[in-house]
Design a protein around this ligand. Sequence first.
Ligand SMILES: NC(=O)c1ccc[n+]([C@@H]2O[C@H](COP(=O)([O-])OP(=O)(O)OC[C@H]3O[C@@H](n4cnc5c(N)ncnc54)[C@H](O)[C@@H]3O)[C@@H](O)[C@H]2O)c1
Length: 328
Amino acid sequence: MRVFVTGGAGYIGSVGVEKLVDAGHEVIVLDNLRTGQAQSIEPGAKTVQGDLRDAGFLTDLLADIKPDAVMHFAGATIVPESVVRPDLYFGINLIGGYNVLEAARAAGVERFIVSSTAAVYGAPEEMPITEQTATRPLSPYGMSKLQFEQLLEAYETAYGIRWIAFRYFNVAGATYKHGEDHRPETHLIPNCLLAVAGRRPPLDLFGTDYPTPDGTAIRDYVHVDDLIDAHMLGLERIDSVSGPINLGTTAGASVAEVVAAAETVTGQEVPRVYRDRRAGDAPVLVADGARARALLGWEPSRSTLDQMIGSAWDWMQRNPNGYGDPTD
Ligand SMILES: NC(=O)c1ccc[n+]([C@@H]2O[C@H](COP(=O)([O-])OP(=O)(O)OC[C@H]3O[C@@H](n4cnc5c(N)ncnc54)[C@H](O)[C@@H]3O)[C@@H](O)[C@H]2O)c1
């Protein structure tokens, strides 16, 4: 297929492009390099630098490309930033998403896969979270992602566009080629490893008095390789599958377990500072993955903490400055 990929220079999109190219698809990447890195784009893909918020440019581009499918990874992704910059988050995630969808509709595209997030649920009390759990996002980030899903639903009803919104929980790990290099980094696993490598100050560990077995918060981590496998299955089956799909393992790991696993993998202590709970952080967020299993036959196979942290550490060792200048 000819697949139009947005955000292919980012952490997850770069792995998406890697797997699509490996599978023999023709891939055209759009990215404005706001948080992505040009070096992370797979050479086998054609790259266009441009912004989701430029509707006219997108319409012309998709009319020219005429893709068979869109994989929309691009977005603004940092929850606290969304609270102080809702303009940016609704502008990129909702209006930018609308621009891609409209350009796709005008070009006759009928298959649309988008990166959504567990943040659409907010902090529900019932675990694990199914796709039927009430959506009550707590941040402009979560709201912008949910509103874009609602737009897709309306486009399916009106225009028959097939869509899958993969609601990612916590994504981690690396392939041999592509790893996580957000600047600033806000995710727990890379921050443990960056603290070990002395590339950031000690890790802030928020909250040790949650109602969980060890007192730290529990989250659901998925290896980026497993996550992209779900997208490949989604692409194959989208003609008979539509709607939101959770991507998580249900297992969940506590912050203390992640830190301990990072110490085992690296053989070094993770320097850390214990802090109070952060406002709005739920004690436990884990996915019910039954829908992904039933509709796509998706089974995560590389998502143990050792596999995720081991692959991320391996990538970091081989790329000590991430995608940055080796002299950084
Ligand atoms: N990383 C996670 O754990 C996680 C969890 C839940 C959901 N998600 C979602 O997955 C997607 C990818 O996340 P990621 O971690 O790879 O983020 P990332 O920041 O590494 O990648 C996002 C990419 O989008 C590009 N981009 C941003 N704004 C753009 C614009 N206006 N025009 C064109 N390109 C633009 C960036 O340059 C970057 O390459 C996002 O939509 C995010 O909301 C990620």
